[in-house]
Design a protein around this ligand. Sequence first.
Ligand code: 5GP
Ligand code: ZN
Length: 139
Amino acid sequence: MEGCIFCRIVAGELPCRKIYEDELVLAFMDIAPINPGHILVVPKEHHTSSASISEELGGRMFHVGSRLGVACKRALDMDAFNLHLADGTCAGQVVMHAHLHVIPRGSEDGFHWNWRQKKYTNDDEREQVALKILEKLKI
Ligand code: 5GP
Ligand code: ZN
């Protein structure tokens, strides 16, 4: 897709520090890491949203991301890792070519997800929300 920076990286038109590549995905170092070792797993074909990614491609992204997370833990002496995907601008997606973040984590790395949690007023409200979702669910 024209003008997409990740398509340009995949095409070799822009540089990256490649970590892994196969026929479906390219993984490279994030230019502005949350922690050193932060890697992006990028599908070679352009998808703006994760929703259009096939089961095979999504499975590969998840598989490669998990393996890279384990490699980061072992190589960088970290305790854990996050796999993160932002789908849509208000979810935090900045580059509109879907990608999976692999973020090595340490217990004292000082990074905190802003994981604010709400409560349903009652079971019925939760049930109404669940029914609305199920009406639209197509797998
Ligand atoms: P998003 O917010 O869209 O989920 O994440 C985009 C990520 O891409 C950010 O973590 C950002 O640092 C990274 N990024 C943006 N431009 C480039 C680039 O040109 N090269 C690399 N290696 N990473 C990039
Ligand atoms: Zn693209």
